[in-house]
Design a protein around this ligand. Structure first.
Ligand SMILES: [Zn+2]
Length: 285
C-alpha cells in the first residue's frame, strides 16, 4: 500500500518521493494527489486548504475519527438518505443509498444506487420503501457502493434527517467492516434542526416538515426522492435558524448555537452541540 506525505520532488522525474505519513490527512492527501502536486508549493507545505477545489473534493474522508455533529446552515453539503431492511443497526442492511450534492441551495449532482443486501428484504420494509428482492438481485454490494458514495461526497459535510441516530450508524458500521476506517465528514441532522427551529411542531418526520413548508411529498420513502425533499426542507430550516440566531450567541467552545434551556435552578443558555459539548452560560439580563 502506498502511504506518505508529499516528499521532495526528485530533480529528474515528476514523481514525489514519499515520506512517513504524519497524520491520516497526509495519507488521504497522498492518495488524492497521486504523483502530481498542483499547488506549486514547497514540499511539506501542502495543506488541504491550499489545494484547488477539485482536489479537495476528491479527498475521501476515511480515518479513525468520526466527524462532529454541526447545527448550521451550510452552503455546500451532501444530503443523503438510506433505505434499509429494518431499523436495527445491528441486524439490518442497507438496500439503497442516495445523495445530492448542493452548492448555494442548488443541487449540482446526484448519486443513487440500489444495494444487494445478500439477505431477504422483510415484507414490512418493502411496504415502506417499495424495494423488493427482485429489484436488488442484480444490484452491487454495499462494499462497492459505499466506496463510490464516499468518493462522490469527498470532504463535504453530510446532511440528512435523523442521521445522527440512524443513517450515520449504518455508515460507520459498514465502513469499519469493509475498510477498517470510518468517514470523518462532519454532519448536520435536520431532525435536530427542526426541534430547535420549530419547537411547536408535534412531529418532526421528514414528511411532516415537507407538509409544514408546502414541499411536495410525492415519491417519499425512496432514497433519492427523500433527498430532494429533505434538501428543500433543510434550506427552509436554515432560514429559520438564521432568524433564530439573530441576537443570540454561539458557543465559544464549539461554535454551535446556544439556546435557552430550563433546569432545576431556572433558565440558562445551553449549547446545541450537547451532549458532545456541555457548555452552558447564564442568561444576560
Ligand atoms: Zn458547544
Amino acid at each position: 500500500m502506498v502511504v506518505g506525505t508529499l516528499g521532495n520532488k526528485s530533480p529528474d522525474s515528476n514523481r514525489f518521493t514519499l515520506v512517513t505519513p504524519k497524520s491520516e490527512n497526509d495519507v488521504r492527501l497522498q492518495a488524492t494527489l497521486g504523483n502530481q502536486n498542483p499547488t506549486g508549493l514547497p514540499v511539506g507545505a501542502v495543506r488541504t486548504r491550499d489545494l484547488p477545489a477539485e482536489y479537495k473534493r476528491k479527498m475521501i474522508m476515511l480515518g479513525k475519527t468520526k466527524g462532529k455533529q454541526l447545527t448550521e446552515h451550510l452552503s455546500e453539503y451532501i444530503l443523503f438518505d438510506l433505505e434499509t431492511t429494518g431499523i436495527s443497526c445491528y441486524r439490518d442492511q442497507v438496500i439503497e443509498i442516495s445523495g445530492v450534492k448542493v452548492k448555494d441551495g442548488k443541487i449540482t449532482d446526484e448519486f443513487s444506487s440500489l444495494v444487494n443486501p445478500e439477505c431477504p428484504i422483510p415484507y414490512q420494509a418493502s411496504l415502506v420503501n417499495g424495494i423488493t428482492d427482485d429489484m436488488v438481485a442484480d444490484a452491487p454490494l454495499f462494499n462497492a457502493v459505499l466506496k463510490d458514495f464516499l468518493i462522490f461526497a469527498g470532504d463535504l459535510p453530510f446532511v440528512g434527517h435523523n442521521i445522527a441516530s440512524f443513517d450515520m450508524k449504518f455508515i460507520y458500521r459498514d465502513s469499519e467492516k469493509y475498510y477498517k476506517e470510518i468517514p470523518g465528514n462532519d454532519y448536520v441532522d435536520t431532525l435536530k434542526l427542526s426541534r430547535i427551529c420549530l419547537p411547536a411542531l408535534k412531529h418532526h418526520t421528514l414528511t411532516d416538515l415537507a407538509a409544514y413548508y408546502g414541499i411536495s411529498t410525492i415519491g417519499a420513502h425512496r432514497a433519492l426522492n427523500d433527498c430532494r425533499m429533505n434538501q428543500a426542507v433543510y434550506e427552509k430550516l436554515g432560514a429559520a435558524l438564521a432568524e433564530k440566531l439573530k441576537g443570540t450567541d454561539k458557543c465559544p467552545r464549539c461554535g454551535n448555537l446556544l439556546v435557552r434551556r430550563s433546569g432545576k435552578y431556572g433558565s440558562f443558555l445551553g449549547c446545541t452541540g450537547y451532549p458532545e459539548c456541555r457548555y452552558t452560560a447564564n442568561i444576560k439580563s
